[in-house]
Design a protein around this ligand. Structure first.
Ligand SMILES: Nc1ncnc2c1ncn2[C@@H]1O[C@H](COP(=O)(O)OP(=O)(O)O)[C@@H](O)[C@H]1O
Ligand SMILES: [Mg+2]
Length: 234
């Protein structure tokens, strides 16, 4: 077995006294697409925030490319090639599309992703490059948030609920771009409430419930019924 790109061992996470993650262990191979599903409050966003350096963790609870990063701050994690597309997009509202993308470029590493390449992936962002981020539709905002993450030239990109609040046709349109991103050599971690979408997009799926992984498997081996049962805790 090759060493995984991301290796998580016995990861806990706390908000004050409240424990949100309980001993999470998993491995994400390089060049794979992995999805996490689970109900509201299961701990999906907390897991992504922990990996991104936004939650305190033990150094050796998170290993990226062979190095312990659990105790590293977010800017350091970003420089190593981990980018988060956060829940709710979190664009800078007073800035234009292009300015938001440029900020992404300053956060990460040098590499092949540029404004031109992001505009090639999402042509509508080129059309709207001088528009303020708040004036975009929800789908365009999500594209801009993904583009901003790509500008950091990540090796691992984590997307938190891409489909939240978007019409199904827009969700399909955005998901249709993910294979191009994966083909560029970026490993993808996708958090999704839509089980069907998660199974379709990923090689491996993890179901979370109350801060724990309760079911996992290759998407070819695991049924939607089993995932749904784990999801709802029945
Ligand atoms: N900033 C916070 N302060 C306190 N508790 C939080 C905070 N964010 C999340 N939680 C709690 O942590 C648990 C996991 O939340 P979260 O990771 O956001 O779940 P998910 O993304 O799966 O919906 C929930 O019980 C939630 O209420
Ligand atoms: Mg969440």
């Amino acid at each position: 077995m090759p060493e995984p790109l991301l290796d998580i061992r016995a990861l806990d996470a706390f908000y004050g006294d409240f424990q949100a993650l309980f001993g999470i262990s998993l491995a994400v191979p390089a060049n794979s697409v992995v999805s996490f599903v689970g109900a509201n409050g299961a701990g999906k966003s907390t897991l992504l925030k922990s990996i991104a350096g936004l939650m305190p963790a033990k150094a050796d609870a998170i290993t990226f490319d062979g190095e312990a990063i659990g105790d590293k701050p977010a800017y350091d994690v970003a420089k190593r090639g981990i980018a988060l597309v956060p829940e709710g997009r979190r664009l800078f509202p007073s800035l234009s599309v292009e300015e938001n993308l440029m900020i992404g470029g300053q956060l990460g590493r040098a590499g092949p992703w540029s404004l031109a390449r992001v505009y090639e992936l999402f042509p509508v962002l080129f059309e709207r490059r001088n528009t303020s981020a708040t004036a975009l539709s929800g789908g365009q905002q999500q594209m801009c948030a993904i583009g901003r993450a790509l500008m950091a030239n990540p090796r691992l990109m984590m997307c938190d609920e891409i489909s939240l609040g978007l019409a199904p046709i827009i969700v399909r349109d955005i998901y249709a771009r993910l294979p191009q991103i994966a083909a560029a050599g970026i490993t993808l971690v996708i958090v999704e409430q839509d089980v069907a979408q998660a199974l379709k997009a990923a090689d491996h799926v993890y179901c979370m419930q109350e801060g724990r992984i309760v079911l996992q498997g290759r998407t070819g081996d695991i049924t939607r019924k089993a995932v749904s049962a784990a999801y709802f805790g029945v």
